[in-house]
Design a protein around this ligand. Structure first.
Ligand code: ASC
Length: 151
C-alpha cells in the first residue's frame, strides 16, 4: 500500500526523483574516483621514491584499490548522468551508457590488475612499481575512450 502511494506521488512529479538519483550518482562517482586517486597517489609517491617504501602502508593502499574495484560501478552510471546531459558536472561520456559491455570489460581489466597489485604491493618497491604501472594502464585505457578531457 505504502509502495503504491509512493509510486503514485513519483508519477505526479515526473523527473524529480530521477534528478535526485542523477545528482547522487554523479556525486558518488566523484567520491569513488577521489578515493581511488588518493590510494593510487599514495602508492605512486612510494613507487617514485618521494616517500619511503613501507610494505604495510603499501598493502593498505592496494587493498583499498582492490576493494574499490569490486564495487558494482555500473549502478552509478545511470541514464541522464553523462556530460552531454549534465555539462559542467561530469566528464563521463554518454558512450559509457551506449557501450556498457565495453566499459565493463575495461573495468574488469582494472579489477584484475588491482588483484595483482594487492598481491605484490608488499613485496618491495620494484614489485609495487610494476604492478602499479599495470593498474595505471587500465585507468588510462578507460579514460581514453570514456572520459572527456574536461567537465
Ligand atoms: C593514476 C590516476 C589515473 C591513472 C592514469 C594512468 O594514478 O589517478 O587517472 O593513474 O594517470 O595513466
Amino acid at each position: 500500500m505504502r509502495k503504491a502511494i509512493i509510486t503514485a506521488l513519483a508519477l505526479m512529479i515526473p523527473g524529480a526523483a530521477a534528478a535526485q538519483e542523477i545528482d547522487d550518482a554523479i556525486e558518488a562517482r566523484k567520491g569513488y574516483f577521489t578515493m581511488l586517486g588518493m590510494n593510487m597517489g599514495g602508492l605512486s609517491a612510494m613507487a617514485k621514491g618521494e616517500v619511503d617504501y613501507d610494505a604495510q602502508q603499501a598493502e593498505s593502499y592496494a587493498e583499498n584499490i582492490a576493494t574499490l574495484s569490486d564495487y558494482h560501478i555500473e549502478m552509478l552510471f545511470v541514464p541522464g548522468s553523462y556530460k552531454s546531459e549534465q555539462p559542467g558536472k561530469t566528464r563521463s561520456l554518454a558512450v559509457i551508457g551506449d557501450d556498457m559491455q565495453g566499459f565493463l570489460a575495461k573495468y574488469e581489466a582494472f579489477g584484475d590488475a588491482a588483484t595483482t597489485l594487492e598481491a605484490r604491493a608488499g613485496e618491495g618497491r620494484a614489485e609495487l612499481g610494476k604492478a602499479l604501472g599495470a593498474v595505471g594502464g587500465t585507468c588510462k585505457s578507460c579514460h581514453d575512450d570514456y572520459r572527456a578531457a574536461d567537465f
